[in-house]
Write a protein that binds this ligand. Structure first.
Ligand code: UD1
Ligand code: CA
Length: 462
């Protein structure tokens, strides 16, 4: 196989997005568009990936890191000019160059591979990836000769009414014989409505040299959409969501309503997990098998074990074990570690805390900066008082302890193994293991006092 190279065009500003964020960095399915493109190219065997950067160059570099090479296009004079900037790196090489736009986030490795195969089979100098668009507005149109061969691409803005009626579009993905590409680019001019050096003009130039220009039409127009504005962005999001959800369902995950379930690209989910509507799973989240997630649950950058249920709750940057029950209406904040068979009930907030096997906080609690042992019961309304206005302090509750309802544990403080804290206590000192601690005012009952009060009130009125 001859050598293969790839060029990703990512220097444009994306004026039509009307955004401070550079176009190719807008996320689709939670991942920047240009990252999708690079991830797919990496699945096709190429010897080198070169990304053309310009607007937001540093940000694009931060995103893609060292996995690609970069060239800077200082002024954005068009897609042809952009590819020309790679000449120093690629110009002298023999082989095939795949060019992909950074704003086509749905393009798949399979389609790129099919394009490369077609290019090799046809022994072509240029092969372009085309698609049939119901609404071709804005795309370059593929103009074919009477014999069916491609003669040129006409940009929407340059097209005659007759040409605008053509529904076969240029997807912006091509492969070129590398040497032919750089020779032809030298002849591209900016004599067009936009005053830009168009990469697709290479096609007409090569064709006029009587070299073979081939076209591979993908049946999947949806894969090729170019995102130029927010309307197209939402369309790409819809399609990406469908692709991601379908993948999980094929892997054995039940998604009750895929239209109402938002899962970003890198999330992993085990089989027989059921996802209810209104669920948003994102980042590096990994969910085990046989879980029940949702409805209306948000889980970000978290690891969830097997057979765990999370309903109407938010979990961020945390680890949750097996057979855990969370919610409804719980909030698990960053750096929390919940072991197996934990129960977190309604209106419970956990932050930067560890809870070990079998412990429970079933109702209305705040657990922050705490280490909770095994089989601990935190009664309704238990609060770790972790913040003194300046610093956060640790609360420890050792195995088997029982914290009565409406108790304040004023950190730093430790409740020892199997200790009891009486309901309504405010604990300021350590409680030894096996002890019962009561820290509340003693109750006094004043017998018959109510009639005394009423008598006083009557006298006052009289
Ligand atoms: C381009 C094609 C059009 C095709 C469409 C497919 C040209 C002239 N037109 O149009 O035929 O139907 O893609 O989506 O190529 N870029 C640079 N430097 C530049 C200009 C652009 O790096 O100087 C990058 C952009 O960041 C973008 C990509 O090239 O990722 C495509 O540019 P864009 O302006 O979006 O081209 P379209 O008008 O969509
Ligand atoms: Ca575009």
């Amino acid at each position: 196989m001859s050598k293969r190279y790839a060029v990703v065009l990512a220097a444009g500003k994306g004026t039509r997005m009307k955004s401070r964020l550079y176009k190719v960095l807008h996320p689709v399915g939670g991942k920047p568009m240009v990252q999708h493109v690079v991830d797919q190219i990496k699945e096709v065997q190429v010897d080198q990936i070169v990304t053309v950067i310009g607007h937001g160059a540093e940000k694009v570099k931060d995103q893609l890191g060292a996995e690609v090479n970069y060239v800077l296009q200082e002024e954005q004079l068009g897609t042809g000019h952009a590819v020309m900037q790679t000449e120093d790196l690629l110009g002298d090489l023999e082989g095939t160059t795949l060019v992909v736009c950074g704003d086509t986030p749905l393009i798949s490795a399979e389609t790129m591979e099919a394009l490369l195969k077609h290019h090799e089979k046809e022994n072509a100098k240029v092969t372009l990836l085309t698609a049939h668009a119901e609404d071709p507005f804005g795309y370059g149109r593929v103009i074919r000769k009477e014999d069916g061969t491609v003669s040129k691409i006409v940009e929407h803005k340059d097209a005659t009414i007759h040409e605008q009626a053509v529904q076969e579009i240029n997807t912006g993905t091509y492969c070129f014989d590398n040497k032919t590409l750089f020779e032809a680019l030298k002849q591209v001019t900016n004599d067009n409505v936009q005053g830009e050096y168009y990469l697709p003009d290479v096609i007409e130039i090569v064709k006029e040299q009587n070299e073979t220009v081939a076209a591979y039409q993908t049946p999947a127009f949806e894969e090729t959409i170019g995102v130029n504005d927010r309307v197209a962005l939402s369309e790409a999001e819809r399609l990406m969501k469908k692709r991601i959800n379908t993948k999980h369902m094929k892997n054995g995950v039940t998604i009750i309503d895929p239209q109402q379930t938002y899962i970003t690209s890198d999330v992993k989910i085990g089989p027989d997990t059921v996802i209810y509507p209104g669920t948003v799973l994102s980042g590096t989240t990994v969910i085990g098998e046989e879980c029940i997630i949702g409805p209306n649950t948000e889980i970000k950058d978290s690891q969830i074990g097997n057979e765990t249920t999370i309903k109407q709750s938010v979990v961020h940057d945390s680890e949750v074990g097996d057979k855990v029950s969370i919610g409804p209406f719980a909030h698990i904040r960053p750096q929390s570690q919940l072991g197996n068979e934990i129960k977190i009930g309604n209106f419970v907030e956990v932050k930067k805390s560890k809870m070990d096997h079998g412990s429970k906080a079933s109702h209305l609690s705040y657990i922050g900066d705490a280490e909770i042992g095994k089989e601990v019961n935190l009664g309704c309304g238990s609060i770790t008082v972790n913040y003194d206005g300046q610093n956060k302090h640790l609360t420890k509750v050792e195995d088997g302890a029982f914290i009565g309802c409406n108790s304040n544990l004023i950190a730093p403080v430790t409740v020892g193994e199997n200790a009891y804290v009486a309901a309504g206590s405010t604990i300021t000192e350590d409680v030894p293991g096996e002890a019962l601690s009561i820290a509340r005012a003693r109750q006094t009952n004043k017998e018959g006092y109510v009639s005394k009060i009423q008598e006083k009130q009557n006298n006052h009125r009289g």
